[in-house]
Design a protein. Structure first.
Length: 70
């Protein structure tokens, strides 16, 4: 979960820098900007979703091992 969190934070910071640069200076085309934005959103969401699923699976596995659940 730690690596996923750092990766997601890096993606958000990268996107924020790109957005500010795009607002103040026309560094890339609008079409490319939106492609990058959508891609970053999908990758970031996928990373967080996969990390949450993994954490839930490992927590459930540990609870079964400790006999908290059947």
């Amino acid at each position: 979960m730690k690596i996923a969190s750092y990766t997601a934070i890096f993606i958000v910071i990268s996107w924020s820098v790109l957005t500010v640069a795009e607002i103040w200076g026309d560094i890339i085309s609008t079409k490319l900007y939106w492609k990058i934005t959508i891609t970053m959103g999908l990758i970031g969401g996928g990373i967080i979703l996969a990390a949450l699923i993994k954490r839930e699976y490992l927590d459930e596995k540990q609870m079964k091992k400790d006999k908290f659940i059947d």
